[in-house]
Design a binder for this molecule. Structure first.
Ligand code: HEC
Length: 166
């Protein structure tokens, strides 16, 4: 009898606790792994970047410079938005910046992404870099020297080009 009671108790606990665990995991949407496909799936499916805020002070299709494209639309996660808007001096871990690069005729040419992951690449402020085509084909990803080579000109601005962080 005692044993049955304990099993019942365990079952009851499982029924009560499991949904909480599932909901808890969902709420703290895990950030993507550091590989191109995981990051791509995350920003296009799990946490569609089109629903994010745009870079503070920038509208869709603002003029860009070489090499990214004539017109740019840049989205940021909330933690990045607050840091940029609040002039915090750097972008926090877990932030993602997604920039759509358009041709002068407004055709989407490529998407470039920066994703900050604590400990990923301490020599270059822990940025993970990704560039992919509009059809989703990944061009480059990871520690891409071509990307941080140029962005490194703004090392004192956390490798960020678009606006001063202070
Ligand atoms: C030759 C220099 C250069 C190279 C190479 C370069 N970028 Fe950029 N990047 C810029 C500039 C300049 C901006 C600011 C937007 C603009 O005016 O085009 C920028 C902006 C960005 C932004 C918006 C956040 C920010 O830093 O302002 C992202 C994201 C980005 N680049 C990703 C990449 C990725 C990924 C690569 C490599 C595939 C790359 N960039 C290579 C110069 C470069």
């Amino acid at each position: 009898m005692k044993k049955v009671g304990r099993i019942k108790g365990l079952m009851l606990m499982a029924i009560l606790v499991l949904p909480l665990v599932v909901v808890g995991c969902k709420a703290a949407a895990p950030t993507p792994a550091t590989d191109g496909t995981s990051l791509y799936n995350y920003i296009t499916q799990q946490n569609d970047y089109h629903k994010w805020k745009m870079w503070p002070g920038k509208q869709a299709l603002y003029p860009g410079t070489e090499p990214h494209g004539a017109l740019l639309t840049t989205y940021v996660t909330d933690n990045a938005f607050s840091a940029i808007d609040g002039k915090e001096g750097s972008i926090p871990n877990g932030s993602i910046v997604v920039k759509e690069n358009y041709m002068p005729d407004k055709t989407l040419a490529a998407i470039t992404v920066m994703y900050k992951v604590k400990g990923y690449d301490p020599e270059h402020n822990d940025w993970f870099w990704l560039k992919y085509a509009p059809d989703g084909k990944i061009d480059v990803s990871g520690k891409v020297d071509m990307c941080y080579g140029c962005h490194g000109g703004k090392r004192d601005n956390d490798y960020i080009m678009t606006s001063p962080l202070r």
